[in-house]
Design a binder for this molecule. Structure first.
Ligand SMILES: Cc1cc2nc3c(=O)[nH]c(=O)nc-3n(C[C@H](O)[C@H](O)[C@H](O)COP(=O)(O)OP(=O)(O)OC[C@H]3O[C@@H](n4cnc5c(N)ncnc54)[C@H](O)[C@@H]3O)c2cc1C
Length: 484
């Protein structure tokens, strides 16, 4: 598929600026107008999976849709480095058997799903490396410095938070997480873990060394994690598989974009959205202007907060757009010139409390035995430290720390790429998360339509998480428009 459509920009601008219609559904039914002269019914902002799916759903009902994307590629947080061995994923990894929407989207887009869960589990289990020393599970359980309560001593640090939330989830029905009756659960993860008997030292180790959400356990709402846990449990009960896209996950949004009849314009940074009584108008940084009856905005709030919206948002919605936090996460992709893990007999994967973060072996060659690369991941404060160092210094530090922890790797590592989601202009962070109190404060209302503007994107999902949540949110936004 031809992904660069910049040459179409001017033509589409002329079409887009044509007079808007009162009702998109009405306009779609208008006879006698050719596809090229008919004004746009909807402009979708952002060509991640939620925006692309919203566009497809609207087109299926006869609406004329234009997609505007700031980057020079589609996919957003589904991003594959096609030029590196094993085509490493910087974003979305895999979907479970319960991802009805994701699996359906893949079939529609004509891409092939491959099972990757067994590859994640292949080989020696990830090693715990604390203060430079490797520890087996047995050594860790018996270590005098293990700060976990007795019942958890055999758990590895990265297993504890999810285990405790799954075991003590106070949400009887995880899908009811937004019910005001559950607002009292909107406390910090730190408070939840303290209730489970963890000391501050234990919480620092199990969460803050490599946090999925925020910098430390005070940052994230336990209620969000309880909702998340319910979703994950449902996935596990749906089946044992983890599915990815053969050849690279970014092929999914590419296939979804190829299904659209309307244009997907790349390099179109949206800078303002004006919702007027008769039309919605979108302006881009390059000066182009587009009009349509409706706008579907899939922009993460981390970037939407830099877009001028008229009339301005107010109340809880304004607060949400201004303050919704996004996770710092950075990754380095390395390859090894020799399988040093065979020389020292240790696992290639490591979870460390050092400047190296977590090392995840990539097994995307012909067989799972082949390690195609080492994905090194930093979350929270460590991600910010890498970012501050800059690419060259960060990669040098990562390699030096790796070699210090694994002498067998000395001189055998090649650093290829550093990728920071927080430094990405069009994301400014990885996934959204809710701080304690934010769920009760703004989540139920933050995605409500604002005049002619409708919101979607993973951050607005209420019944699913991750990619499945992004798709779910696009269904809601499309239905809002189709039911006008
Ligand atoms: C590292 C990582 C791992 C993940 N792993 C999984 C996983 O294993 N399973 C799972 O289910 N989910 C996973 N996810 C989450 C999943 O990838 C996302 O939920 C989903 O891709 C989000 O889609 P979206 O359309 O909501 O947002 P995005 O993909 O972010 O799309 C938003 C689009 O808007 C564009 N944009 C932003 N600002 C502007 C602007 N001003 N003008 C024009 N365009 C703009 C962006 O370029 C982007 O293309 C992962 C995400 C990451 C980052």
């Amino acid at each position: 598929m031809e992904m660069s459509r910049r040459t179409f920009t001017l033509g589409a601008a002329a079409v887009g600026a044509a007079a808007a219609m009162a009702s998109p559904a009405q306009a779609a039914r208008k006879a006698g107008k050719s596809a090229t002269t008919r004004p746009l019914d909807a402009i979708v902002l952002g060509a991640g999976v939620s925006g692309l799916n919203a566009a497809w759903l609207l087109e299926q009902q006869g609406l004329k849709v234009l997609v505007l994307e700031g980057r020079q590629r589609v996919g957003g947080r589904v991003h594959t480095l096609f030029d590196l061995p094993g085509v490493p994923e910087m974003g979305f990894n895999s979907m479970g058997d319960g991802y009805g929407r994701g699996i359906d989207a893949a079939h529609r887009a004509g891409v092939e799903l491959i099972e990757v869960g067994k590859r994640y589990m292949h080989g020696k289990p990830q090693e715990l490396v604390l203060d430079g020393k490797p520890l087996t599970r047995e050594q860790w359980a018996a270590a005098p410095f293990n700060p976990l309560p007795d019942a958890l001593k055999t758990s590895m640090p990265w297993e504890v938070t999810n285990k405790l939330i799954a075991m003590h989830n106070p949400l009887e029905d995880w899908a009811a997480w937004l019910d005001p009756a559950n607002a009292s659960l909107d406390i910090s993860l730190h408070a939840f873990l303290t209730q489970q008997g963890l000391s501050d030292a234990a919480i620092r180790l199990v969460n803050d060394v490599s946090p999925y959400y925020g910098i430390n356990a005070y940052d994230v709402s336990a209620l969000m994690l309880e909702f998340n846990s319910g979703f994950v449990m449902t996935q596990i009960s749906a089946g044992p598989n983890s599915w990815a896209i053969k050849g690279g996950n970014e092929r999914l949004p590419q296939g979804m974009a190829a299904l659209l009849k309307g244009e997907v314009l790349l390099g179109k940074e949206v800078v303002s959205i004006d919702s007027r009584t008769d039309v919605a108008e979108v302006r881009c940084a390059d000066g182009s202007v587009y009009q349509a009856g409706r706008v579907v905005c899939s922009l993460p709030f981390s970037t939407l907060r830099h877009v001028a919206i008229t009339p301005g948002l107010s109340g809880a919605q304004a607060r949400a757009v201004a303050t919704l936090p996004y996770q710092p996460l950075s990754m380095a992709f390395l390859t090894a010139t020799e399988p040093f893990w065979e020389h020292d007999g240790r696992a290639p994967g490591m979870w460390t409390n050092s400047a190296l973060g977590t090392v995840l072996p990539q097994r995307f060659g012909a067989t799972a035995d082949e390690v195609t690369g080492l994905l090194v991941q930093a979350r929270g404060g460590l991600a910010r430290l890498w970012d501050r160092l800059g690419t060259e210094a960060a990669l040098a530090k990562i390699v030096a720390t790796f070699e210090e922890l694994r002498p067998a790797a000395r001189g055998k590592l090649k650093a290829h790429r550093l990728f920071s989601w927080e430094a990405e202009y069009f994301n400014a962070g990885d996934w959204a998360y809710f701080a304690p109190g934010q769920i009760a404060s703004f989540v139920p209302t933050m995605a409500e339509p604002h005049g002619r503007i409708h919101f979607c994107g993973e951050h607005t999902a209420t019944g699913a998480r991750g990619l499945e949540g992004a798709l779910e949110s696009s269904e809601r936004a499309a239905l809002e428009i189709l039911s006008l």
